[in-house]
Design a binder for this molecule. Structure first.
Ligand SMILES: NC(=O)c1ccc[n+]([C@@H]2O[C@H](COP(=O)([O-])OP(=O)(O)OC[C@H]3O[C@@H](n4cnc5c(N)ncnc54)[C@H](OP(=O)(O)O)[C@@H]3O)[C@@H](O)[C@H]2O)c1
Length: 251
C-alpha cells in the first residue's frame, strides 16, 4: 500500500468525486478525515465503508468558506488522526446561471462561488501548512475544472473561481516548495449531479469526447491518488476529461 502511515483530509469527501478520492486514499492505507458541510449521513457512510475495509476514518463538519471553520477542521483532523500529510481541496459549489444572463449572476452567487471554490482551499492550505511542516513534508491536491481554461461551465462565477484556484495552485506550489507539493486535477464533465446538467447533454458530450467516454469519479480519484504519492511534481494540473478540452470534439 502506497500511503501506509499517511493521514489525509478530503473536503466535501462524503459525495461524488470527494467520496471516490477518500475511498481511493484509504485503499492505499491512508487514514482519512472526511469533511462535509451539509451531507452528514453521506460522510458517515464513507467513514463506515472505509472502516469495513479495515481502514481508519472520521467525519468532520465544517463550511470551508469560513477561515475559522477551516482552521477548526484542520485542527480536528490533526487531533483525530494524529498528523496530516495530504489535503484534498475537493469541496465545490455552483449554481447554474446562463453566461449571457449577467443580471442573474448576483452578488450572493459570486460570494458563495469565490468563498467555497477559491478562498476555502486557501484557508485549508494555510491551516494545514504547520502540521505538514512538522511532518517534514506533505501534499495538497486541488480539484479544479476544465471550465477554468475554457471559461465555459455552470456560471461565469464558477469558471472564474476555479481559474483562480488553478493560478493559486501554482502560487502555493512556489511558496511552499520544497517541503509541500501543490497540484491540481481538472475534471471535465463527471456525472455526479454537480452543475445540474440536463440529461440531454450527456449523450452529446459522450459522442463529442475523443475517447467516447466521460470521466468517472474513479478516473478523477486515480489522478488524485497519483498526485498523493511521492512524485516529483508540483504546480501541475492534470486534466481528466476524455481528451475533450485539449483535442476538441470529433477527434
Ligand atoms: N461533476 C463535475 O462535472 C465536475 C467537473 C469539474 C470539477 N468538479 C469539481 O469536483 C468537486 C466535487 O464535485 P462533485 O462533482 O463530486 O459534486 P458533489 O457530489 O456535489 O460534491 C460537492 C461537495 O462539496 C461539498 N461542499 C460544498 N460546499 C461546501 C462547503 N462550504 N464546505 C465544505 N464542503 C462543501 C459538498 O458537501 P455538502 O453536501 O456536505 O455541502 C459535496 O460533498 C467540486 O469542487 C467541483 O467543482 C466537478
Amino acid at each position: 500500500m502506497r500511503l501506509s502511515g499517511k493521514a489525509a483530509l478530503v473536503t466535501g469527501g462524503g459525495t461524488g468525486i470527494g467520496r471516490a478520492i477518500a475511498l481511493a486514499l484509504a485503499r492505499e492505507g491512508a487514514a482519512v478525515a472526511v469533511n462535509y458541510s451539509r451531507s452528514r449521513e453521506a460522510a458517515e457512510a464513507v467513514v463506515a465503508e472505509i472502516a469495513r475495509g479495515g481502514g481508519g476514518a472520521v467525519a468532520l463538519q465544517a463550511d470551508v468558506a469560513h477561515d475559522a471553520e477551516a482552521r477548526g477542521l484542520v485542527q480536528a483532523a490533526v487531533e483525530k488522526l494524529g498528523h496530516l500529510d495530504i489535503l484534498v481541496n475537493n469541496a465545490g459549489w455552483t449554481q447554474r446561471v446562463p453566461h449571457d444572463d449577467l443580471e442573474g449572476l448576483t452578488e450572493a452567487i459570486w460570494d458563495r462561488a469565490l468563498g467555497v471554490n477559491l478562498k476555502g482551499p486557501f484557508y485549508c492550505v494555510r491551516a494545514t501548512v504547520p502540521a505538514m511542516r512538522q511532518r517534514g513534508g506533505g501534499c495538497v491536491i486541488n480539484i479544479g475544472t476544465v471550465a477554468a481554461f475554457t471559461g465555459a461551465g455552470s456560471s461565469i462565477a464558477y469558471a472564474a473561481s476555479k481559474a483562480g484556484l488553478t493560478t493559486m495552485t501554482r502560487s502555493l506550489a512556489r511558496a511552499l516548495a520544497p517541503t509541500i507539493r501543490v497540484n491540481a486535477v481538472a475534471p471535465g464533465y463527471v456525472w455526479t449531479g454537480f452543475g445540474n446538467w440536463p440529461e440531454s447533454l450527456k449523450e452529446k458530450v459522450q459522442q463529442t469526447t475523443p475517447l467516447k467516454r466521460v470521466a468517472t469519479v474513479e478516473d478523477v480519484a486515480a489522478a488524485a491518488l497519483y498526485l498523493a504519492t511521492d512524485v516529483a511534481l508540483t504546480g501541475q494540473v492534470i486534466v481528466v476529461d476524455g481528451g475533450l478540452t485539449t483535442l476538441g470534439a470529433g477527434a
